[in-house]
Design a binder for this molecule. Structure first.
Ligand code: PHE
Ligand code: FE
Length: 297
């Protein structure tokens, strides 16, 4: 299904030559066409991550994932998961080819539709993949959509994205950082310790260990405007992880109108990915070991 099946990609002529553009269309999950290898990749990753995440992932993540009925046996059918999801929070999964243009993505979220990449990585890509695949999207993002508070946060984010898109590119940069440091790479305080809820972490074995146990990264308390100013890493572990106290905190902190915030942030410099500020609530100041100087985006 992966290497053998051509993806629906169009090519668009730009000043860099022809570049691939994934179709924005919603596609039916071609479930019957997954190969035994595809199901094995799912099974291997699923078993490996469930094990690594015991005691590391948020209890709510582990609970919702089990409640949805995701199992290692075979790649789940979106239709089956959708029955649970619709009943729990009114969200539904839609299949897509891969990364979507920003506005299309925001529009899905604003309507409580979560786009899931239908294809899964190849066996030689178990540890790292530079773009989202089915494992990242389904295993990482979908469980917490069963939680009513997190489900609302995701929809509000989509609505906020449509709005930021109308304001301009700088606003979108600020908003994207918020998504990165919460939805993708967030940590949460639970039972007196730190746990993972970010999908970019829970779908990676090595980062699941690194983000909690390594001395290298900073671990800093959630602060909305601070996060919206902070650059991040796309090709290495994060230099900084931000910690929320509860899922409610996400809703409460993001309830205000962001328009004046974007205006204020436009006059301030961005913060390097690894910086620690005097105003930060520091759970751990990172040793910085292994950090690359360049490459914050
Ligand atoms: N309150 C934000 C706004 O006015 C919307 C938002 C909510 C953004 C939740 C992100 C997360 O733009
Ligand atoms: Fe993601």
């Amino acid at each position: 299904m992966n290497a053998a099946t051509p993806r629906r990609v169009e090519h668009q002529l730009t000043d860099k030559g022809y570049v691939p553009v994934y179709t924005t269309a919603v596609v039916e999950q071609p479930w019957a066409r997954y190969t035994p290898t595809d199901h094995e990749v799912w099974a291997t990753l699923f078993a490996r991550q469930r094990e690594v995440l015991v005691g590391r992932a948020s209890e709510e993540f582990l609970r919702t994932q089990a409640a949805m009925g995701m199992t290692p046996d075979r790649i789940p059918r979106f239709d089956d998961l959708n029955r649970q999801l619709r009943r729990a929070t009114g969200w539904e999964l839609v299949g897509v080819e891969g990364l979507l243009p920003e506005l299309t993505f925001f529009d899905h979220l604003a309507h409580r539709r979560f786009p899931v990449t239908w294809w899964i990585r190849r066996p030689e890509q178990l540890d790292y993949l530079s773009e989202p695949d089915l494992f990242h999207d389904l295993f990482g993002h979908v469980p917490l959509l069963m939680n009513p508070v997190f489900a609302d946060y995701m929809q509000h984010y989509g609505l906020g994205g449509v709005k930021a898109h109308g304001i301009g590119p700088a606003a979108l940069v600020n908003l994207t950082r918020l998504y990165w440091y919460t939805v993708e790479f967030g940590l949460i305080r639970e039972n007196g310790g730190l746990r993972i809820y970010g999908s970019g972490i829970v779908s990676s074995k090595s980062e699941s260990i690194h983000c909690l146990e390594s001395a290298a990264p900073n671990r800093i308390g959630f602060d909305l405007e601070r996060i919206m100013r902070t650059r991040y890493r796309i090709d290495t572990y994060q230099k900084t992880y931000f910690v929320i106290d509860s899922y409610e905190q996400l809703i409460e902190a993001t309830a205000p109108d962001f328009a004046p915030i974007y205006a204020r942030l436009a006059r301030q410099d961005s913060i390097p990915a690894g910086a620690v500020l005097d105003t930060d609530t520091v759970y751990q100041r990172g040793s910085g070991e292994g950090w690359l100087e360049d490459g914050d985006v």
